[in-house]
Design a protein around this ligand. Structure first.
Ligand code: NAD
Length: 361
């Protein structure tokens, strides 16, 4: 049987564990998977898919990972930036499937829109924990949509965030951010919304910056070149599409830039503006050598986040473990069980399979 974990099942799990509890567990599990990452034991492939501009700008991509000898996970993710305004639906929609590598059976299909937001927050929290000043308390946020919620939530788990200075080109989205954060009861976070003329101030006050925008390819960057704290750490989350960028090149030139997936970042992330040899350690190397890289906490650093299939595998397994423990989810006979594996009709138990009637006309 295949287990289906839909959004209402995720809600049951979150009610039992708490959303902060789930996020903390995900941060811990992801951190230990990164620390022990070995490409021969955990294989990931470049994501691929369809990018299109009809009926509007969008993509559907798949992101595969294999825990060798155990499981394969494939996240299928859609990105349609017009969704919130035109369809009241998230820009990013995803599902993840888990397969058993013993026999290829589909073990699980789960909702992964919430998981994607959580794991993207968790990845930023891990990079921030290594690279940001320990007392970082002011978080600049550019782009106040879905990812901003989990970015703020996750960063507040690793740094004593007291003030969020936030900007969005949509005043309505920015204005709804405080109420979305209120539900998380983050303590104590004061959210200050600023306009486009205050982006220089946002940059100069931030200890940590998070950019998570749907800026169009070719239209970035989304922050100005301006004064900033010498220790500013940036989580650049939004650039994950060819031509898309959020951060000015001058910052990247001055910073230690840590990609999540170097080859992918050179094609889709902020690293499009750089050469491979300009990049710093990737996220796994950063975590494995945390002691060495902590000295960058006094300097400008950038986490170039484009999203990694390893993160999706870890997130889906966490959800699956909670679903098993709580007895949540629906078992469905998506695939055949049969006593004759050589006869595909045998699994259609009780159905008359032949001879087929011809259409008399
Ligand atoms: N790195 C990752 O792993 C990862 C994971 C998920 C999503 N993303 C990316 O993050 C981005 C944001 O995703 P989301 O789910 O929050 O989208 P969203 O649609 O919920 O929110 C994006 C917000 O950005 C705002 N925006 C657009 N251009 C802007 C600009 N120039 N300045 C300020 N704000 C601007 C929009 O008004 C919108 O409110 C997307 O590009 C998405 O692909 C990355």
């Amino acid at each position: 049987m295949t287990k289906i974990i839909g959004i209402s099942d995720v809600a049951v799990i979150v009610r039992a564990v708490g959303v902060t509890g789930l996020l903390d567990e995900l941060i811990d599990r992801l951190r230990s998977s990164l620390a022990s990452f070995d490409a021969e034991l955990l294989e990931t492939h470049d994501r691929t898919g369809f990018h299109y501009d009809k009926p509007g700008l969008g993509l559907v991509e798949w992101m595969p990972a294999m825990d060798v000898g155990r499981r394969v996970s494939v996240k299928t993710v859609g990105y349609h930036p017009a969704n919130p305004a035109q369809r009241n639906s998230p820009s990013v929609l995803a599902t993840t499937s888990l397969y058993d590598t013993t026999d290829g059976r589909l073990l699980l299909v789960c909702e992964a829109t919430v998981l994607t937001a959580l794991r993207t927050g968790a990845a930023s929290a891990i990079a921030t924990d290594v690279l940001a000043a320990p007392e970082a308390s002011v978080l600049g946020v550019v782009g106040c949509g879905a990812q901003a919620v989990t970015q703020i939530h996750a960063l507040s788990r690793v740094r004593p965030i007291e003030r969020v200075v936030a900007f969005d080109t949509s005043a309505a989205v920015a204005e709804s951010l405080p109420s979305r954060l209120d539900r998380l009861e983050l303590d104590p976070v004061d959210v200050q919304l600023v306009g486009p003329d205050d982006l220089g101030r946002l940059m100069s006050e931030a200890d940590v910056l998070c950019t998570a925008t749907t800026v169009d390819p070719g239209a970035g960057p989304v922050v100005p070149e301006s004064e900033h704290r010498p220790w500013l750490h940036i989580n650049a989350v939004g650039a994950d599409f060819p031509g898309k960028r959020e951060i000015p090149l001058t910052y990247l030139d001055d910073a230690l830039v840590c990609p999540d997936v170097p080859a992918q970042c050179l094609v889709e992330g902020e690293a499009q503006q750089l050469r491979a040899e300009d990049l710093g350690p990737d996220l796994a190397v950063l975590v494995r050598n945390e002691g060495e890289y902590r000295r960058y906490r006094e300097l400008l650093t950038v986490f170039d986040s484009t999203g990694w299939a390893l993160e999706d595998l870890v997130a889906a397994e966490l959800l699956s473990d909670h679903a098993d423990r709580l007895g949540v989810g629906t078992e469905v006979d998506l695939q055949p069980t049969t006593d004759d594996p050589y006869d595909p009709y045998r699994a259609l138990d009780g159905v008359e399979v032949g001879p087929r009637k011809r259409d008399p006309r």
